[in-house]
Structures are given as structure tokens and as C-alpha cells.
Design a protein around this ligand. Structure first.
Ligand SMILES: Nc1ncnc2c1ncn2[C@@H]1O[C@H](COP(=O)(O)OP(=O)(O)OP(=O)(O)O)[C@@H](O)[C@H]1O
Ligand SMILES: [Mg+2]
Length: 274
């Protein structure tokens, strides 16, 4: 069921011109509108990523369908999309929202951490899972995440402890499937996190377990769920093309070991210990 937006908070940085809103469940969401500055298919990609990342057990922002109705849009004129001197209105309807993992009025979220803090992130290993995902779905963008302080037992195998520390949550999946082009290409450098220290534990393909097995053994029914669970409004007649794309994704699982090995040929090999 979609959640209605109840308050507009602010415009976010970034190419899609997303907006933070509060929804009826009291949580904050970063909303990408169907009329965003990138492409309608960005919403489809974000939705698919949410389903696949949940299967892989990689922490990501919870996806929700957010209703921006006429009344809300009229009361919040900041909610529009600007390209050059042209303003595109956001149409009332269902848009994509990714839940902000903490209350942003009380806790700080960071887009980047300096290396000294990055190396202490409790779930640093999740960057290896994210790389399996990014190669599989051909994320044409680099890996993006947000960092915040949380109880580390929710994000790592740490034994029962109430210790808090920095954790990473993966987000921004608008450019999986090669972005709006919906192409699964082999480009070794894409999907990498810009700070390669997150890959220092990689010693071989085994370092990418359990995610490699989880992706390889994904049930076909999960891929079916992707197309069936999102609003038809986002697809605009793209269903046949989406089905073709998902068939490609199904076949591509077998090539994951090769796609990962190929990254060792990237200039400045991101895996110094492999
Ligand atoms: N679920 C979330 N929780 C917290 N912050 C978020 C969330 N989603 C997005 N953000 C914040 O909003 C910003 C914009 O989001 P995102 O990167 O997804 O948008 P974009 O327009 O695709 O950006 P880009 O220019 O990278 O393509 C991010 O840099 C991040 O700070
Ligand atoms: Mg981004």
C-alpha cells in the first residue's frame, strides 16, 4: 500500500532532484518522482534494486511507494523538477521513496567518511556483497551509500552488544541496468566504491561469499516479483522490455565470477590482496 506524504522537508542534492518528505508512518523518505530530471525508468531500477538487495541480505534503504496527491503538491510548490530555465511539474500519483534509516532531525547522515573512520565501519564487508550486486545488475554508477551511527549488532555478526559505531547503508540504484538504457554490459570499472580500502580483505572469489551463491541461486519467482510489485504507472508500456531485461539478469548470474575477476584488470587493481 502506498504511503501518503504529510510534510515536505527539503530538496536533496543529485541529478534526479529528489526531495525529502515525511510520510504518514512518521518516517522520512527521499522521494524520486516519476517526472525526475533523469528518467522514469530510474524508479523501476530503484524498485528492482530494493527487492534484489533484500534477497542478498545487503543493508539498503527500505523502498516504499509514496503518494503525492494534488493537495500536497499545491501546498508544496518547491516540489518540482527544474531543467535549465524549464520547470516541469510533478504530477499527482505514486512515486518512489527510500526510507531514511534514522530520524534526520536528530541524527546525522554522512555521504562520505574519511579513511580513518571508513576503515572502522562495522559492516565494511557489505561492500563486497554490494559489488557482487553491482556487477550482476550492471550498475553504471559508482557505489553509493550513507553512513550513520547505529547499534552494530544490527549490521554485523558482532555478538550481543549494545555498542554503537558507524554503519553503511547502500543507496542510489537509479543507474543499475545501465541507467535508463536497460543494458547489461561488462564495464569492469563501474560499480566500484571510490575508496578502495573497503576491498582490502578480498583474497579471491571466496571473499564474495555468501553473496555470490545467493545471486547464483536466486529463485526465478523473485525476478517475477519485481515486475508484478511495482506501479504500472512507472512502466508506461515497458513491460515487455522489462521482462527481457530480467531474462538477461537471470542468465547473467553464471557470469558473475568472470565479471568479478575482470575487475583485477582495472587500472590500479582495487583488490591489492588478490
Ligand atoms: N534513503 C536515504 N536515506 C538517507 N539519505 C538518502 C537516502 N536516499 C538518498 N539520500 C540522500 O540524498 C542524496 C541524493 O540521493 P541519490 O544519490 O539517490 O540521488 P541522485 O539524484 O540519483 O544522485 P546522483 O547525482 O548521485 O545521481 C544522497 O546523496 C543522499 O545524501
Ligand atoms: Mg547519487
Amino acid at each position: 500500500m502506498p504511503l501518503s506524504a504529510t510534510a515536505w522537508v527539503r530538496k536533496m542534492r543529485g541529478g534526479s532532484q529528489a526531495h525529502m518528505i515525511v510520510a504518514e508512518d512518521g518516517h522520512s523518505y527521499v522521494v524520486k518522482c516519476k517526472q525526475n530530471a533523469q528518467h522514469r525508468r530510474i524508479l523501476v531500477n530503484e524498485w528492482a534494486a530494493g527487492i534484489l538487495l533484500e534477497h542478498l541480505g545487503i543493508p539498503t534503504a527500505k523502498p516504499e511507494i509514496i503518494l503525492l496527491n494534488d493537495e500536497f503538491l499545491s501546498a508544496n510548490s518547491e516540489l518540482k523538477v527544474v531543467t535549465g530555465s524549464h520547470e516541469k511539474p510533478v504530477l499527482p500519483g505514486w512515486h518512489f521513496g527510500s526510507r531514511v534509516p534514522v530520524d534526520p532531525s536528530r541524527f546525522v547522515l554522512y555521504d562520505y567518511l574519511p579513511d580513518a573512520l571508513l576503515s572502522q565501519v562495522a559492516n565494511l564487508r557489505d561492500f563486497l556483497g554490494a559489488l557482487v550486486f553491482d556487477k550482476w545488475v550492471h550498475n553504471a554508477d559508482s557505489r553509493q551509500c550513507v553512513f550513520f551511527r547505529a547499534q552494530i549488532r544490527h549490521y554485523s555478526d558482532a555478538p550481543a552488544t549494545r555498542k554503537t559505531g558507524f554503519v553503511a547503508m547502500m543507496m542510489d540504484h537509479g543507474y543499475i541496468f545501465g541507467g535508463p538504457e536497460w543494458k547489461l554490459e561488462d564495464t569492469p570499472v563501474s560499480g566500484l566504491y571510490p575508496r578502495h580500502l573497503v576491498y582490502r580483505e578480498v583474497r579471491g572469489l571466496d571473499s564474495f561469499q555468501p553473496w555470490l551463491d545467493l545471486a547464483t541461486n536466486v529463485p526465478l519467482s523473485l525476478l517475477d516479483t519485481i515486475g508484478r510489485s511495482m506501479p504500472e504507472w512507472w512502466l508506461n508500456g515497458d513491460r515487455t522490455e522489462l521482462d527481457k531485461l530480467l531474462e538477461g539478469l537471470w542468465r547473467r548470474r553464471a557470469r558473475l565470477p568472470h565479471l568479478l575477476e575482470d575487475m583485477r584488470n582495472v587500472r590500479g587493481n582495487p583488490f591489492p590482496n588478490w
